[in-house]
Design a protein around this ligand. Structure first.
Ligand code: PEP
Ligand code: MN
Length: 335
């Protein structure tokens, strides 16, 4: 159950509500986010919500039987829109396109990518400065100095930044220089990281775990929300299956299912989803038609020279063509 509290609720009122629901056999957890105050009440016993509805300080009460509560669509039907400022949004109306290299490599690469994005009116650039690599000998990213340089160049051109945070200690230093924190597939269930991201006032995009279920992704989002940050985006990036013909198996099914289960925006990552450059556009288009709110993919001026994930990275011509087709596909499915 979610009890939405009035913005001006005082601690005495909150205490009486907690006492009342405790007496009804419910455990309650207070949650305060940028938007609102809630009590998440966990319990099994059915009771008539009118028995608490009259208590002062309560704005609304919602029954949410799902394991995850605050990210569920059962209490909030309107889609959550993530506002990055300057008219850039993710969720609600429109298709948010985010593109850029797997790894941020150097100034020239950043500049070339920004030029490509600006020319195609794509306002969000992706890129990793802290890279989770399967091998410790692979390129692990430029770190915070790379992020600062990127930020400077991006801001001059009105471009927003999404970048992966790998551990709690990086949050504070990255905070001024990112518009969206990305939680990578290897960290979807890093609950310490999720808890800490709940304390910041910046959007967080959580990728589905490599072998994670849809409900596990939603529970990870619930961690961040219940820790205080409701600026959340979900990302399907393919899962590990027995199939070896592609890097991962892109679960297109997850897109309509996540959209039905949650009010949060759903983004698809076709690059990691299939892992094969020539098929990335098809998967990106399929995800768009399946109802994704955004597409995030890898592009590089010379994919064959990229420091990481070149095999799944589009060159700028392929990327420009995909952007046009994505917009056309999105328009096609609007009623
Ligand atoms: C990435 O976005 O480059 C990345 C490492 O993604 P994932 O966490 O989905 O593997
Ligand atoms: Mn990558």
């Amino acid at each position: 159950m979610i009890i939405e509290l009035k913005p001006n609720v005082d601690s005495n009122q909150q205490q009486s509500i907690i006492e009342k629901i405790t007496a009804l056999g419910y455990k309650s957890m207070p949650v305060a986010t940028q938007r609102s105050k809630y009590l998440v009440a966990i319990g099994k016993k059915e009771f008539d919500i009118r028995t608490i509805g009259h208590l002062s300080g309560i704005a609304d009460i919602h029954r949410v039987p799902d394991e995850y509560k605050l990210v569920s669509k059962k209490w909030k039907v309107a889609p959550t829109v993530i506002d990055l400022g300057d008219g850039v949004t993710i969720g609600g109306n429109g298709l948010a396109i985010m593109a850029g290299p797997c790894s941020i490599e150097n100034e020239k690469q950043i500049e070339q990518t920004i030029q490509h994005l600006v020319a195609n009116q794509v306002p969000i650039m992706r890129g990793g400065v802290f890279k989770p690599r399967s091998s410790p000998y692979a390129f692990r990213g430029l770190g915070i100095d790379g992020l600062k340089l990127w930020y400077e160049l991006a801001r001059k051109n009105g471009i927003k930044i999404i970048s992966e945070v790998m551990q709690v200690s990086q949050i504070e230093s990255m905070l001024p220089y990112v518009d969206v924190f990305q939680v990578g597939a290897r960290n979807t269930q890093n609950f310490n990281l999720l808890d800490e991201l709940g304390k910041v006032d910046k959007p967080v995009m959580i990728k589905r775990g490599i072998s994670g279920t849809i409900d596990e992704l939603l529970s990870s989002a619930e961690y961040v929300f219940s820790a205080g940050n409701e600026k959340l985006i979900l990302c399907e990036r393919g899962i590990r299956t027995y199939e070896k013909a592609s890097r991962n198996t892109m679960d297109i099914n997850a897109i309509p299912i996540l959209k039905a289960k949650s009010h949060l925006p759903v983004v698809a990552d076709p690059s990691h989803g299939i892992g094969i450059r020539e098929y990335v556009p098809q998967v990106a288009l399929a995800a768009t038609v399946a109802g994704a709110d955004g597409i995030i993919y890898e592009t590089h001026q010379k994919p064959e020279e990229a420091f990481s994930d070149g095999q799944q990275t589009l060159d700028f011509d392929e990327s420009s063509r995909l952007i046009k087709r994505l917009r056309a596909a999105y328009n096609l499915i609007q009623d």
